[in-house]
Design a protein around this ligand. Sequence first.
Ligand code: HSE
Length: 437
Amino acid sequence: MANAPLRVALIGMGTVGTGVARILTAQADRIARRAGRPIEIRRVVVQHLEKPRGVTLPDGMITDSPDAVYADKEIDVALHLVGGQEPARTIMLRLLESGKEVVTANKALLCEHGDEVFRRARELGRTVAFEAAVAGGIPIIAAIGQSMAGNQIISIQGILNGTSNFILTEMHEKGRTYSDVLAEAQKLGYAEADPTLDVDGTDAAQKLVLLSQLAFGTKVPVLSFQRAGIDKLELADLRNAAGFGYRVKLLATARLVAGQLEMHVQPTLIKLDEPLAKTSGAFNMVELTGDAVGRLWYSGAGAGEMPTASAVVADLIDMAVGRAQLTFTRLDIWREHSPLPLLPATDVRRRFYLRYNVEDRPHVLADIADILGRHNISIASVIQKEAESATSPGGPPTVPLVIMTHESTEGAMRDADAELAQLKSIRPPRVRIPVAS
Ligand code: HSE
């Protein structure tokens, strides 16, 4: 091949870095054809030199200092595969300042410091590509940034955390325990280094922030919208939801509502016949609605070594060809021209699934219905099963009461819940899960 090779450094050899090295070494010829030039790994920066690697690299390539990359003027592109905030942020800025184009998979860094990273890249005339930062192998950044450019995006609804979706699927379909499935998700390389970020909704929220920035040109801090994870969900609610014809998913939503941006990440009931409800295991799905195209669904492996590596290598090839640089300049990403206001959480309108553990005695249902009714919350259906025994030594027996409401606001639900919390006849926990609309 006549063209000069593109020289690449890998910063980080965790799950994703290992997958990238595998593809670049095993598929070198095919990738060179797509890139129009050979891609040569020149340096690999790792944290622990002695740690065994799942891929064979030529001698002398591995170092534990990124300085070797900053100093090497012949390296064209750095694959920034380091998680977390620091030293990931410093490494990113040093790479840009030392003249490298950068491909990153670090959504947490872009979510917190995207404005700084992209401003610096623009000042230096460099490019940052980040397809791998959201939804693993699914080309969702390209979809929003390029393929849907003819549309005003109206809504993004997504299952954006593979670990949570894997846990929910295994719990629901096989009755497995939460902690058992979480341990397996970690072993399979789906989970973050700190899996709390997966199960408490942070990871999905960070990805939603990136997608919203691209689709709506508005930077929304992750702490400014409602976020809940799957860590408090109980199997009973997954099963009850199925009885009503729904699946519970960790759903991330960003949509335009009368000129405001509605955003939240929460366990949510989704009608069984919706594609999002059928997304199982570590798969992700993003449903995009554009004003011209209507609804589109992007689905596939949202986590794991090879799917995420697939997205990194695609960005790398785009860098080699020069497409990523052109797109980056045109996209003008992270510059807010006319940011949208965030719809206050209390104004978000949805239906709700409610489950209360109530004393089985007269007037309890009437008290609950009264509180909901006074807050203008209308009941769509109710299920209460008979108690197993008529008496219990510590007082009246309790029974689960499950209610589906009609549409209401989050604010009305919160006010009603504060009153329900005062009822002695309701024992904790009070479960409230929104229904997707
Ligand atoms: N830990 C993430 C997930 C994958 O489970 O979806 C990387 O974003």
